[in-house]
Design a protein around this ligand. Sequence first.
Ligand SMILES: [Zn+2]
Length: 301
Amino acid sequence: MSYYNELSNLGITIKKTNGQFKTICPKCSNDRRNKKERCLSVDVDKGLYNCHHCGWAGSASKFSTRIDYALPHRESTGINERVLKWFDARGISESTLLHWKIGESLEYMPQVNKKRRVINFNYYRDNQLVNVKYRDSQKNFKMVSGAELIFYGLDNIKKLDIVYIVEGEIDALSLHEAGLYSVCSVPNGASKGNQKLEYVYARAIYFTLCYKFTNAKVVEIAKTLNMNHATILHSLKTFPYMLKHSSKLNTDYFLIKELANVNKKNKKIDVDKLVNMYNTLLIKFDVLEAMYNKLDAKNKK
Ligand SMILES: [Zn+2]
C-alpha cells in the first residue's frame, strides 16, 4: 500500500512511491539555517511521518479515502484570444493564466445538453493532472466524473508561511494576480446545489478552526465574514454532527487542520536579514533623493 498522495497533500516532498526515506520538513525546514537537512522520516507504505527536529509527526492513513480515482483523459493548457479577453475583463493577465495552466476545449455540458466551448481549470498535484473543472460562459460547471477532489493550486502552497484558501478558482487567480502566490481553492462541487453545501462545510471548518485555535471571540469571528454571531454559534454546535454525516467533510477537516499546523510557525527575527533589508532601503532612499533633487533643480531653472 502507498500513501504517496495523502503524504503529498500534507506538503511533504516525496521522491519515492514506496519504502522509507528522509526528506525536508514542510513545517520547520524553511525556518532553519540548514534548509536542506533531511529531518523528516517518512514511511510511504505505512503513511507515517516524523520530524526529528520539530517533532511534527502523524499518520496519513486517518484521512485516507482509498478509492481508485479516475483521471482526466486529456490535458488542455492552451488559451485563445477569446478566453484571454474574458479573463482580461476580470483583471486577470496572461502570465497568471499561463502559470495556472488554464486551458480551453469543446466539452459536452449536461446542463444544456450540448457541446460548448469551455474554460479548463486544471487541478494538479506534483504537476500531475488529477481533475479538471470545466466552465462555460453561462456559469455551468462540470468536473471529471469519478476523479479525485483536491485543492485547486495544491502545488502553490508548499513551503510557504501563509496559505490563502479561497472558495473558487477565479478568486485564486485574482489573489495570484495581486501578488499572493501561496493561494489555493477548495474544489467545490460541480453542480450549483452541491456547491451550496460545500460552502456551508467550508465555513463550518473555518469557524471551528478559528474558535479552537485562535483567541478570537465568536463575535469577532462573525465580523470577519460579515455574519451574525448566532450563525457561527449554530455552526459550531452542529459541526460534530456534520463530521459524522459526511466523510468528505471529515477528510477535508483533517487535511486543513494539518495544513494549518504545518504553517503555524514561530516567527523568528533574523538580525542579519533585518540589517540587510535596512541597508537596501537606505540605498533605495538615496537613489530616490538624488532623483528628487535633480527634478527639483530642473523645476527651479
Ligand atoms: Zn520539522
